[in-house]
Design a protein around this ligand. Sequence first.
Ligand code: MG
Length: 373
Amino acid sequence: MKITKVEALILRPGDIENIADSTQDAALIRIETDEGIVGFGEADASPSVVKAIVESPRSHMLSTGLREVLIGEDPFRIQYLWDRMYQASTFYGRRGAVLMAMSGIDIALYDLVGKALGVPAHQLLGGARHYQVRAYASTLMPDTPEEAREEASRLVDEGFTAIKFGWGPFGLDLDRDVELVAAVRDEVGDGIDILLDIGFTWKNHIIAARQIDRIAEYNPYLIEEPLPPDDLVSYAKLREISQVPIAFGEENTTRHEFVEIFERRAADIVQPDVTRCGGLTEMARIAALAEHYAVPCIPHAWSTGIVQAASLHVNAILKEPVFLEYSVRTNPLNQELVVDGVDVAGGMAQVPMGPGLGIEIDEDAIQRMTVQV
Ligand code: MG
């Protein structure tokens, strides 16, 4: 089997608001073979940047667009192709957006090879250790305590036993931060886990520590990204004094960046995103390192049904999975692109057992939402 076509499609169903919701557009990777088998993946990065990284012509041997590396190759050689893409982009890549583009391609290769063999992606990764994983409902923090109560109550009624509120007004008013969390805890009672994503809006680790002291009485499961992702010095200091576990990692790519986080004891929990960190191939390596360093891994996942499915295949192979992140934002990209998406009834996600990612992509929806730039 040979790879004959690699596309990076920009999906954008509507206008883009300046809010922390990356589901407003998407970079979809579609790989075709000479045997007619098609694989889909997603890169959760700026879609126009991903398209350029995939389609760029060769500049020189170590500065080559990713498509050129893949055409004519055997899609079953996933690790070899990962190394080739990494090497061919050495001069402009190694981290960041290139790894995100590689993530989309790597996921599409697992989808394609899984379909060719008739096995789910997790089977290609060594086999499932789990067939269901607890899901947390993930959404933006509303602007007022009243709205936060309403949203929390609605999600509990839908069957979720854990909810994450993030970004939105966090950090604008330190007293309001506490009021919002207090309202959610009061609304849902003690039986529901509450996760908080601060969107690195607390100005330094001392302010963060004080805020955590105030919020701790509402018993949050974790505090996500209280500080900017590169500030590992402050993360290490905060971790030493925080009463609540500190989590981050969604912007980090490659095992090299995660080893630094582990070595510097900067996180209690890491949150690599399979559509950013380097795909299923690199995620499996990061997960093995996390296990070695005894740091729980709760994959970040916030975009279409493709990342939800890919992230669930990751959770399936973790020794001790904690949560699938399940975005409950409703927009065309996470409602229409995947026809038969991840089942989270009762707050438990069922690991897909169909070939590849185990989901069906609606080709008509791709046509409808693809924009030309
Ligand atoms: Mg986050």
